[in-house]
Structures are given as structure tokens and as C-alpha cells.
Design a protein around this ligand. Structure first.
Ligand SMILES: Cc1cc2nc3c(=O)[nH]c(=O)nc-3n(C[C@H](O)[C@H](O)[C@H](O)COP(=O)(O)OP(=O)(O)OC[C@H]3O[C@@H](n4cnc5c(N)ncnc54)[C@H](O)[C@@H]3O)c2cc1C
Length: 137
């Protein structure tokens, strides 16, 4: 049996940028012709479904818990990280990438973690804009 991870090719830090660059563009007029099925309604699935619907695609989002908001994501309360690169902070995309791979016991897919670190600031902005109920106390 061969393991096919479908990970894009290239160096870890460039895999997803390269993949994005090579993807075919969709004409805005054709977006409504595609029906996209999203499996899962946690932070990943529901934000993807909301963003794709906003872009004009027809989206169906499925989950197996009683209510879409009962995904594991609602249990996360310890905090969320982003590489903001404030002056003198010593923070960087690479440090967040390394820290996250380490935090995942070196079992995460590294190219995906790098992408997460790269767009970490945008992810938090997107969550806030889409109404994720962050606890602020
Ligand atoms: C108790 C707890 C505390 C945590 N604290 C933190 C924290 O403080 N900070 C942090 O950054 N991370 C934390 N995490 C981790 C973080 O919550 C998860 O990594 C993140 O929420 C995963 O989001 P997700 O959208 O990928 O998956 P999930 O939120 O798990 O959503 C998965 C979705 O897929 C659906 N699904 C799965 N299989 C099927 C199927 N076969 N058919 C249909 N639907 C399916 C499920 O119903 C669900 O809707 C915590 C996790 C837990 C459990």
C-alpha cells in the first residue's frame, strides 16, 4: 500500500504558495455553477464554508454532532497564537512554525503548519470578522 498524502511539491516553506500560484482561476461568473461540499463545521470547516459562500459558490456544510457549533473547536479556551512580528519581540513565521511543529510532537504535516504560521494574523482577523466568540477575560 502506498501512502498518498497529496502534499504539494517543493521546499516546506514554499509548497502552499507554489500550489496557490499554480491553481486554475475561476471566472467570477462561473462561481455559482460549482457546488462545494465542506465536511465539518469546526473553525476550519465553518470559516471555509462561510468564505466560499461569500465568494459566490454554492456551499453545503455537513457535520455529525447535534448542532454545527458543537465541534471540538468550541472546547478550545487556552488561547490562539499569531506571528505579529512586533519590534524587539523576536517573533517570526519560522518561530511560530517551529513551536507549533514541536507542540504537535513532531507529527504534524510541516507544510500545512508553515502555511498556518504564515497566515496566522489573517486567521485571527478572519475569525473575529466572522463572529468567533473569543473569551476576552
Ligand atoms: C478541550 C480542547 C481544548 C483545546 N484548546 C485549544 C486552545 O486553547 N488553543 C488552540 O489553539 N487549540 C486548542 N485545541 C485544539 C483546537 O480546538 C483544534 O485544533 C481545532 O479546533 C480544530 O478545528 P477543526 O475545525 O479542524 O476541527 P473540529 O473543530 O474538531 O471540527 C471537526 C468537524 O468535522 C466533523 N466531522 C468529522 N468527521 C465527520 C464525518 N465523517 N462526517 C461529517 N462530519 C464530520 C465534526 O462533526 C466537526 O464538525 C483544543 C482542543 C480541545 C479538544
Amino acid at each position: 500500500m502506498s501512502l498518498q498524502s497529496n502534499e504539494p511539491s517543493g521546499p516546506v516553506a514554499e509548497k502552499w504558495d507554489k500550489h496557490r500560484f499554480e491553481m486554475k482561476l475561476v471566472n467570477p461568473a462561473n462561481k455559482r455553477k460549482f457546488e462545494i461540499i465542506v465536511v465539518g463545521s469546526g473553525l476550519a470547516g465553518s470559516s471555509a464554508a462561510a468564505s466560499l459562500a461569500e465568494l459566490g459558490y454554492t456551499v453545503s456544510c455537513f457535520c455529525y454532532q447535534d448542532s454545527p457549533r458543537r465541534a471540538h473547536s468550541i472546547a478550545a479556551q487556552g488561547g490562539i497564537n499569531a506571528a505579529k512580528n512586533y519590534r524587539n519581540d523576536g517573533d517570526s513565521v519560522f518561530r511560530l512554525f517551529y513551536d507549533t511543529v514541536k507542540g504537535g510532537d513532531f507529527r504534524s504535516r510541516e507544510s500545512n503548519v508553515h502555511r498556518l504560521a504564515q497566515v496566522s494574523g489573517n486567521i485571527i482577523d478572519q475569525c473575529a470578522a466572522q463572529g468567533v466568540p473569543f473569551a476576552r477575560e
